[in-house]
Each structure stands twice: as C-alpha cells, then as structure tokens.
Design a protein around this ligand. Structure first.
Ligand SMILES: [Fe+2]
Length: 243
C-alpha cells in the first residue's frame, strides 16, 4: 500500500459524467450554481469537478437526486440465497413478514406514545412498563426485518410506508386516559396474535421452519406475555379495602 498517487499532468478539461449529472440535477431543482456562494458545510452545494492536483477528501453529495434504478424493488425476492427454500416459499414468507413488521413497528410506536402521555395514579408503573414493552417490540422489529432480508426480500422501513401497510387502527394524537391506552394496546396485540397463528401455520405448511420458529418463539411469546402484563391493569379490583 506504499504506492504514491501520481499527480495529473494537466487539469481535467471537463467534469466526469456522474459529476456533470449531479450538477445538472442540482440546477434543475432550482439550485443553480449562481443562486448563492457554495460553502463547505452546505449539503446543497453543487458537486464540483474533480481537480486531481488537490487532495480529494470531499464527499460526493446529492447523488440521490439522480439515482439510478434501485438495486431491488420492494415486494420482490430477487436474491437467490442458498438457504434451501424455493423462491415461491420465500416470496410468501416475505409478504407475511412485512405485514408483521408494519404491525410491530406500529405497536412499538404506540407504546412510546403511551409512555410519554400516560397520566394518573398508575403513572409510574405504566410509564416504566410501556417503555419496557417498547424495547421488546423494538427487538422484534429488528428480528423480523432481518428475517425478511435473509429470505431475499426487502423490509418495509419508513413511517409513511408502515402507515399504509399496517392493520392496526391509528390512535388519535390526543392524550387519553390510562384505561383507554390499555384497551388500544390490547386491541393491537390481538391483531398481532391472530396474524401470528395464521402466519405460523402457513410458514409451517410451506416448509419455512425458520420463519415459523421466529413467529412462534419470538413474536407470539413476547406479545402474549405483554398482553398479560397490560391487561391486568384494567381489572377493576379494590385498592385499599376489600369489597
Ligand atoms: Fe422515556
């Protein structure tokens, strides 16, 4: 690695094609070179031609504006990973798992909403319990998403896409009473768990044992346990004096 960079004999006459394309894209977005003086820290600065006589430490910015076709389209299982499952089986599992992923992301975020907004005599314990469940759902999100990638699919990720896909009803932005929060969470868990039983059976039938195990051992067990801890809070029992 001791090779020294040989200085160019003369300055380049024209920018490289990629640089030119990025410049064109920047101009077409109304950010022409003359609009303002570009600064080093300005992420909107147009890409400059490469000068081989200068040290090259500048990142090439704004490449998303003229991006080529995506490597893989969402909804496909383009990669032929040698994991002993046919494309048809992997496609079916990826579709199920993306549904489960969107619902899990939604449930995870509902726990954080309630963690912040909870109020009343049970504030402290619900505040802590909601955050514990949020962390556990976060782990499930990563496990499900990585299973999708293992199967050669593309995991749904961004909030807007999750909102389109999820089957869990959207809660209001407002602050709600603790029993209403709990009821919303239990409804979401119920949707998750019904899907768990359906998806686990289908994965078993198709021979995707890894997906079946993930759904039963991770997603189903975690959701069942959380249902128990949350639902006991809406049992109406005496607090100080027995009835
Ligand atoms: Fe917090």
């Amino acid at each position: 690695m001791a090779t020294k960079a040989t200085p160019a004999k003369k300055a380049p006459a024209a920018p490289a094609p990629r640089v030119a394309a990025a410049k064109k894209a920047a101009s077409s977005n109304g950010k022409a070179d003359t609009a303002k003086a570009p600064q080093a820290a300005d992420i909107d600065a147009p890409v400059r031609p490469v000068d081989r006589n200068q040290p090259q430490v500048q990142p090439i910015l704004n490449q998303q504006r003229n991006a080529p076709a995506p490597l893989q389209k969402y909804g496909t299982v383009a990669q032929r990973l040698p994991i002993g499952l046919s494309e048809q089986v992997r496609q079916e599992s990826v579709t199920m798992l993306n549904q489960m992923l969107a619902d899990t992301i939604t449930l995870r975020d509902m726990y954080k909403k309630h963690h912040w907004q909870v109020v009343g005599p049970t504030f402290y314990q619900l505040h802590l319990l909601y955050d514990k469940h949020y962390e556990e759902q976060s782990e499930l999100v990563d496990t499900i998403a990585e299973r999708i990638q293992i199967l050669g699919g593309v995991a749904v990720a961004m909030a807007a896409d999750v909102a389109e896909l999820t089957s869990i009803p959207r809660p209001p932005k407002d602050r709600e009473e603790a029993p209403v929060q709990v009821s919303r969470l239990l409804e979401a868990h119920q949707i998750m768990l019904k899907n768990c039983h359906d998806f686990a059976k289908r994965a078993d039938d198709s021979g995707d044992d890894g997906t079946n195990d993930l759904i039963v051992s991770d997603v189903m067990r975690t959701n069942e346990m959380q249902v128990w801890f949350v639902s006991e809070h809406v049992v109406d029992t005496p607090l100080a004096k027995a009835d």
